[in-house]
Design a protein around this ligand. Structure first.
Ligand code: GDP
Ligand code: IMO
Ligand code: MG
Length: 406
């Protein structure tokens, strides 16, 4: 059994390399058993990270995927936007499964609160885009964009204010929001949510950067769990069809207040093919027949919204670009098993579609590199060659154990 902390060092990071849903949750869960702290840095409940343990499927939206491991410290960093009822629901759901995290949960006082009116504004803006531009972004309607708008405009309300009386502030916001978007802010309800949350999680709110720094000084190990993915990054992604946060490793470090030199490795996660939810460019999108086949085999329906994911082939050009931006030290290529029945596997390289022979054998549930069919090994080696990054993990199924470690 390899030691992950030896292989990936004391501060590792897991970053999505496509348009999200690559399987970040699963590899974080696998690594988490050997690390002390798991930290989410950016984004909000637009994320949906799935872990399958035995017959049970857990989907995390705000809490990081390492939660299932007892005793691990859980951090929600400054870069997050947090919808309070969603967070409480997630905490309760874990409790129903016998997992108590309150005593090991650390929430940044600098993280911003997503209120219900942010979600309503998100929906209103999508309707406006659809009317004015003929196309929505296809957001998750979790209020992410509007919450980051408030943050950038310096009118956001942060977790550190959870124990303060924000009535005057919210009433002022309500007047503006009604005027600008014709959205009603239910001030009493928002205040009630704040109070309820303060009673439950008030004691978890702190300076999480200081917590992480003192932990590192005490030789504690950390996994940074990226959310969303680099092609959805507000700067480096397919703007304007992106999310509103910085989804790169650099963005995650900013979100946590960790310096770049502290990071020992960065694991890029990519599917062996590609999916996207929402609108925007997708040059390798498959024909309807191919997409339907892959979608069905891969269960490609959103973990957050249930939407069918647009499905297509791997772009090695995108993977190379994304690997450079983040400085990936390793890949986790996931869902190789979904390609098991493909006779030919198309991929994009230098702007052209090419293809490799498929393996048309079962790789599902394989656990060792040497068990993989020769053509599957070749496909993985091609990814390594073209991106110049070694593949450390290969996903061969949904379950925790379905992973080849190289
Ligand atoms: P995340 O947002 O990056 O954590 O990914 P999601 O959880 O949204 O979506 C990934 C989906 O693929 C989940 O349903 C996982 O259970 C599933 N999954 C992850 N790795 C594999 C794999 O190697 N093979 C198969 N068949 N499914 C996988
Ligand atoms: P995880 O962490 C897939 C997409 C939305 C939409 C765009 C903007 O599970 O990989 P937003 O609600 O963020 O304003 O939507 O970004 N999106 C994701 N797609 N996985 C995610 O997270 C996503 N988070 C946002 O579908 O196209
Ligand atoms: Mg997801």
């Amino acid at each position: 059994m390899k030691s992950f902390t030896k292989q990936f060092g004391p501060v590792t990071s897991v970053i999505g390399a496509q348009w999200g849903d690559e399987g970040k949750g699963k590899v974080v869960d696998l690594l988490a058993k050997e690390y002390d702290i798991i930290a989410r840095a950016c984004g909000g409940a637009n994320a949906g990270h799935t872990i399958v343990v035995g017959d049970h499927k857990h989907v995390f939206h705000l809490l990081p995927s390492g939660c299932l491991h007892e005793g691990k410290q859980i951090v929600l960093g400054s870069g997050l936007v947090i919808h309070l009822p969603t967070l409480l629901e997630e905490i309760d759901l874990l409790q129903e499964h016998g997992i108590d995290i309150i005593d090991r949960l650390h929430i940044s006082e600098e993280a911003h609160i997503v209120f219900d009116y942010h979600k309503d504004i998100d929906a209103a803006l999508e309707i406006m885009r659809s009317k004015e531009k003929g196309q929505e972004i296809g957001t998750t309607k979790r209020g992410i964009g509007p919450a980051y708008m408030d943050k950038a405009q310096r009118v956001g309300i942060r977790m550190g204010s959870l124990d303060s009386d924000m009535r005057a502030e919210l009433e002022q916001r309500a007047a503006f929001i009604k005027h600008a978007y014709n959205v009603t802010v239910h001030v009493d309800n928002e205040l009630k949510q704040m109070q309820l949350s303060n009673n439950r999680i008030g004691k978890c709110i702190k300076n999480t950067a200081a917590f992480l720094h003192s932990s590192m000084e005490n030789d504690q190990t950390i996994i940074i769990e990226g959310a969303q993915a680099v092609l959805l990054d507000i700067d480096h992604g397919t703007y304007p069809y992106v999310t509103s946060s910085s989804t790169t490793l650099a963005g995650a470090l900013q979100g946590l207040g960790i310096p770049p030199r502290a990071v020992s490795s960065c694991i890029g996660v990519a599917k062996a093919y590609c999916t996207r939810v929402g609108s925007g460019l997708f040059p390798t999108e498959a024909s309807e027949a191919d997409a339907t086949r892959l979608r069905d085999r891969g269960g490609e329906y959103g973990s957050t919204t249930g939407r069918p994911r647009r499905t297509g082939w791997l772009s090695l050009d995108d993977l190379s670009y994304v690997a450079r931006i983040n400085g990936f030290t390793h890949w986790n290529i996931t869902k190789l098993d979904v390609l098991d029945e493909e006779h030919s596997i198309p991929f994009e390289l230098q702007g052209e579609m090419q293809s490799m022979e498929g393996w048309t054998q079962k790789t599902a549930e394989l656990r060792e590199w040497k068990q993989l069919p020769k053509h599957a090994q070749k496909y993985i080696e091609r990814i390594e060659k073209e991106t110049n990054v070694p593949v450390a993990f290969i996903g061969t199924g949904q379950k925790r154990e379905d992973m080849i470690l190289r």
